[in-house]
Ligand binder design. Structure first.
Ligand code: NAD
Ligand code: UFG
Length: 337
């Protein structure tokens, strides 16, 4: 089985390559390297001892896509390619709709032309909006995402739902990620943010290696155990193993399915900082700042559907997530650069 991995040189995509190869899939990578690194793919080759065909180019370029589909007999596409910074999406909304929404339109058109109808899409818990019901179950109505990034994910979800309804040949999995963190246990691949990290754990990791002086904690007046925000952090290797299970499920069933990928357990910002300090043995200086606009207080997943339908559940715990992040950071203080 041949899997085309769009965005395979990025954080989650590169880890997915490892899981797919370990599950005996042949992978082909497409990435325009706007936020990814060819080095990540080379390191996956080192981990897996496999040569990976890599195409540098853009999913919005239909000629480029068609040539990949001509060269390789692709059975399924796992679609990670897109832009993901919430803050940048507020500053450059049209760019986000172009990369994410137009990118996906171009991809599914190319797939239809090539007769490929199996797709796994990286969605996000952000589509639930600011729900008062926890844990978040797939049956809950989607909410109103608070930024263009979140809206682009919701639009793509709705578009793919219409597509699946319009033609029964399509078999589509929408995977709603909670908060992916961690790195491959080898420490060879991990998250390598460009510029100052937006997300909590990469920021904490850079404070630990003294690339950044202090962590700003966004709000300590939420209605939570210690006043800081709670999220469902999931180890990236658990997350990508969920993709393998989703592909296997889509091989047997058609239509469109939605699955949450989380652990079902939430941790506060202060709990994450404590865990990082004890694993790394480094002090993480922090201070409290006002709440970040658009943040929800709490967010965690109901993971029962993925457990029942995919036979998948996250295996790695908080110490694995933090320990693997730390190993990656200490071995690669400048990321891939
Ligand atoms: P990433 O930026 O590390 O990876 C995305 C990859 O796609 C990059 O390598 C980038 O160069 C490539 N890319 C972007 N636009 C492209 C285009 N038009 N053509 C070809 N390649 C393109 O991000 P990630 O963290 O690995 O996220 C992967 C996917 O998961 C994204 O769609 C993201 O929105 C989604 N997601 C991520 C998170 C998270 O916290 N990391 C949470 C929810 C959903
Ligand atoms: N936080 C800080 N300081 C920081 C960064 C984050 O206190 O420097 C806090 C946030 O306020 C939040 C928690 O840490 O309470 C997690 O924040 P992240 O930025 O790591 O993650 P988010 O939950 O905001 O967002 C992530 C992805 C989005 C995705 C969303 C879905 O980055 O792409 O999960 O729930 F849409």
């Amino acid at each position: 089985m041949n899997v085309l991995v769009t965005g395979g040189a990025g954080y989650i995509g590169s880890h997915a390559l490892v899981a797919l190869i370990e599950a005996n899939y042949d992978v082909v990578v497409l990435d325009n390297l706007i936020n990814g690194s060819a080095e990540a793919v080379m390191r996956v080759e080192k981990i897996t001892q496999r040569k990976i065909p890599f195409y540098e180019g853009d999913i919005r370029d239909s000629n480029f896509l068609n040539s990949i589909f001509k060269n390789h007999d692709i059975d399924v596409v796992v679609h990670f390619a897109g832009l993901k910074s919430v803050g940048n999406s507020v500053k450059n909304p049209i760019e986000y709709f172009d990369f994410n929404v137009n990118g996906t339109i171009s991809l599914v058109k190319g797939m239809e032309l090539a007769g490929i109808y199996r797709l796994v899409f990286s969605s996000s818990a952000t589509v639930y909006g600011d729900s008062s019901i926890m844990p978040l179950h797939e049956d809950l109505p989607t909410g109103e995402p608070k930024n263009p990034y979140g809206r682009s994910k919701l639009i793509i979800e709705q578009m793919l739902q219409d597509l699946a309804k319009s033609n029964s040949r399509w078999s589509i999995g929408l995977l709603r990620y909670f908060n992916p963190v961690g790195a491959h246990e080898s420490g060879l691949i991990g998250e390598s943010p460009q510029g100052t990290p937006n997300n909590l754990l990469p920021y904490v990791a850079q404070v630990a290696v003294r690339r950044l002086p202090k962590l700003a904690i966004f709000g300590n007046d939420y209605d939570t155990i210690d006043g800081t925000g709670i999220r469902d952090y999931i180890h990236v290797m658990d997350l990508v193993e969920g993709h393998v299970k989703a592909i296997k499920k889509l091989e047997k069933s058609g239509g469109l399915k939605i699955w949450n990928l989380g652990t079902g357990k939430g941790y506060s910002v202060l709990e994450m900082v404590d865990a990082f300090e004890s694993v790394s043995g480094r002090n993480i200086p922090y201070y409290f700042q006002h709440r970040r606009e658009g943040d929800v207080a709490v967010c965690w997943a109901d993971v029962s559907l993925a457990e029942i339908e995919l036979g998948w559940r996250a295996k790695r715990d908080l110490l694995d997530m933090v320990g693997d992040t730390w190993r990656w950071q200490i071995q690669n203080p400048e990321g891939y650069r």
